[in-house]
Write a protein that binds this ligand. Structure first.
Ligand SMILES: [Cu+2]
Length: 133
């Protein structure tokens, strides 16, 4: 009786450890959006605000099980319905701030900020090196 109980406990432990390892690898393979990429996930745009240089093609990926749209607030671009797993791409050729929404989900909004090419990256190092002290 005791031996059976021990084997049972040991196998439970083995299953638990195996499952724990599996969970860990699942977590690692679940990466976030790539560069110039916005995910539509959990009825939200991630990242909600994306900064890119002029000429960048931004890619929206629908990670949800429901349709979404990427619709410019000023009518510049409109993806139409993007089905689950589908991708929409748009190339931003001029600088500016572009607000967009999903017409299917109120409150699902995002922004793409397009900067002048070349000036990108110099913005946050403008402090002069902090020699004031
Ligand atoms: Cu949506």
């Amino acid at each position: 009786m005791n031996l059976y109980r021990m084997i049972f406990t040991a196998s439970l432990l083995a299953v638990f450890l195996f499952t724990a390892c599996e969970d860990e690898s699942n977590e690692q393979s679940k990466d976030g959006p790539g560069e110039n990429e916005v995910w539509m996930e959990d009825i939200a745009f991630t990242p909600g605000e994306l900064s890119v240089p002029v000429g960048t093609t931004v890619k929206w990926v629908n990670k949800d099980d429901v349709d979404h749209t990427v619709t410019s607030s000023d009518g510049l671009f409109d993806s139409g319905h993007i089905s689950a797993g589908e991708i929409y791409e748009y190339t931003f050729d001029s600088a500016g701030t572009y607000d967009y929404v999903c017409t299917l989900h109120s409150g699902m909004t995002g922004t793409v900020i397009v900067g002048d090419s070349g000036s990108n990256g110099g913005d946050d190092s403008d402090g002069g090196g902090g020699g004031g002290y």
